[in-house]
Design a binder for this molecule. Sequence first.
Ligand SMILES: *Cc1c(COP(=O)(O)O)cnc(C)c1O
Length: 396
Amino acid sequence: MAHRSGRHFLQIPGPTNVPDRVLRAIDRPTIDHRGPSFGRFAQGVLADIRSIFRTEHPVVTYPSSGTGAWEAALVNTLSPGDRVLMYETGHFAVLWRRLAERLGLVVDLVEGDWRSGADPAAIEARLAADTGHEIKAVAVVHNETSTGATSRLPDVRAALDRTGHPALLLADTVSSLGSIDYRHDEWGVDVAVAASQKGLLLPPGLGLNAISEKARAASSAARLPRAYWDWEDMLAANARGFFPYTPATSLLYGLREAIDLLHEEGLEAVFARHRRHAAATRAAVEAWGLEVVCRVPAERSAAVTAAFMPGGEGADHVREIALERFDLSLGAGLGALADRVFRIGHLGDFNDLMLQGTLSGVEMSLELAGVELAGSGVRAAADRLAHGDVEVGVGT
Ligand SMILES: *Cc1c(COP(=O)(O)O)cnc(C)c1O
């Protein structure tokens, strides 16, 4: 392929653009992961990553993708045949469910239409009906990356509390952490599942679990087989800054820098920036005359926007044009939404002009694909970015 000048526009909703400072932090000689200087370094990173989850409790990191952290959350807390209540927010919820079933768990699924976050009232009704407390965990995807819908986790917590149900609350925060407000301790989440390659500003390769005291206590009774993912082996070694096996040392250098970057900007400012870019993106989608997938305005994601193609197909063709003509990668429709939607990632290391470049690429690609647009989304987003207020949504 011919050389392409300038920067590629990686506007899929993860992996995201890695900031130069993080790339430079990773670009160091490999270190002895059993030596004293690594131990001191890792102790600091493992202590400070807690601030991003807003927890006082331990966070473990694995050399894995987010899927590994999903598995770790389940095998450390549950036993064969345990019931797990899951909510079908979209493709990632479906993948987590399949993983749970392959591990020998029994999933009670609350069906969803892939156009909103998890409905706390539906979860409450299921828990209230489970008078024998057979459901051992409730698992919710905080930000459903396939649809661009953010679940109201504090309301899910309140649903558990109102019913007095003792189930653990597990949350997939892979595409929310570092982009959308998430408060592990305050919201009473027991296990958060995260990964490096989205709002955490790193390349793929780290999976994370934030672990409440209740989850850690549950792990001592949990009987699903676990070895690589065992929290206790990890936590015992982590106490001295070490790991039970070789950690992804270079990514941990990057994580150090990413934590610092997020705090330099300030987490509240990071979340407000994401909300502002999401509002401008939605203004563009509406100006084009396209429909946003998430039908509940208050649940529209600050990290990713999915839009339906008019006529119900052709999204992949638009994405092909965007890549070939403008060196712009957009997110594909996943699972049931394949070819019906395209997704614009507006998370991570991102700014106003990167958004305008992205929207310009989308607008030109839609036009080249022969889609009749109602108006200019680029113009609408520019008005929003230059003059508009910050739109308030989930996670404020
Ligand atoms: C990206 C993503 C995952 C999967 O992570 P992998 O790193 O691909 O295993 C899980 N859940 C959500 C919500 C995601 O956005």
